[in-house]
Design a protein around this ligand. Sequence first.
Ligand code: ADP
Length: 476
Amino acid sequence: MKILFATSEIAPWVKTGGLGDVAGALPAALRAGGHDVRVLVPAYPALLKSFPGAAEIARPHWLGGLLPTPGLREAVAPDGTPLLLLDYAPYFARAGNPYLGPEGRDWLDNHLRFGLLSRVAAWIGSEASTLDWQPDVIHCHDWQTGLAPAYLNYLPGRLAKSLFTVHNLAFQGLFDHASLFELGLPDAAWGMHGVEFYGYLSFLKAGLQHADSISTVSPSYAREIQTDEEGMGMAGLLRHRSGQLSGILNGIDTTLWNPATDPHLERTYSARHPEGKAANKAALQAQLGLEPRPDLPLLAVVSRLTEQKGLDLLLDMAPQILKTPAQLVVLGSGGPALEHGFTALAHKHKSRCAVTIGFDEALAHRIEAGADIFLMPSRFEPCGLNQMYSLRYGTPPLVRATGGLADTVIDAADTRHGNGFVFAPATTEALLQAVQRAIAAWHDPVRWRSLQKRGMARDSSWEGAARHYAALYASL
Ligand code: ADP
């Protein structure tokens, strides 16, 4: 099958979260299964720098509304995946984060930037396309490409089917009514059965409403988002479309995230030869200025610092954990309250707690390898990748039972299958209890080894997910 991925991020070039990882890995897994997958992504500076020779192969014209005429450039990723770079410098030649300006606020023209991305995806899937390649299915991801199924629906000459994958229902791409005209959508698109959502235009709603099929990144999250509590206003629509909604668990990039070959580590190790893990812990403690204490459990977080991730719960009870005694390492960035809160915590407990504000890929790898227990107390978590990295790195994850966390982590109370620690209520007490259970287990080396071994043996590769996606494309 011929599949066009339409995405606003792609690892390793542009990534703010799990979506970037998925777009960087799933196409190659599908291609390995014999499918012809190409990726449409904005030509951000990082991509143009990596592919300076990318030649222009088309210029989509007459896209409607205020949308400009961009160029499409062709490149090939190192894994062999063809890339279509959407080149319009006034929109995409901006440094840093793809969505936010230097002040940390959304770019004011995000509707046009990602409207253009969606519109060009639909153009490629329509009769208007001048490319010599025609996709059977356009696979859209999150709000940034949610308008593509709407354009396919409202404009003439449609040739491709669409699949819309929700990586996070919280990001809804809301813009005011005037954007309908600017984006070249017809008046008929405004309304409950179109792209309108409580008086706004929602890119997310547009995708949920108009895609031929909808998926999300874990079976549990697919169920949860159909409830009024967790549906973020979309539950009614999702229940209505439940026949076309499925949940497919993400894989991870097992080449990048492999403790046996990871170049970021102090020493590599594996399930059969786990000795190197201790050297990584010592190196991490030294790098972050923590006391060199092999005898203390080292707990870790690598995350966006937001309410979603439940890290306010951790901040509340962190002083108690540190007294247990234990050490805590945090790497992340996000809301100012959590950034300040964790920074202040580290100042107060210098030998026990280290906090790094920022995005640091190398340090993320060194933390996965050097920590003993990985914390993800998320309020909701569509899939989550870090718990899968942790399992693979022999760092049992401690998670809240939600979304993809519930689908990947089995509590140690199950002595045959347990690979981590799971708690349910989103409260500091429940989190503290789970942490205490995990620390007690860590002090029992025999039990801990078998927990680590089971986690390291879990197959988190993309092959299984790719087979599910291929079946979904075929059903369209
Ligand atoms: P989300 O997409 O909600 O942020 P995921 O767990 O699905 O959460 O994916 C997060 C990805 O981003 C992981 O690959 C994680 O390692 C990475 N990540 C998050 N914050 C940081 C950070 N501060 N530094 C390095 N990597 C980070």
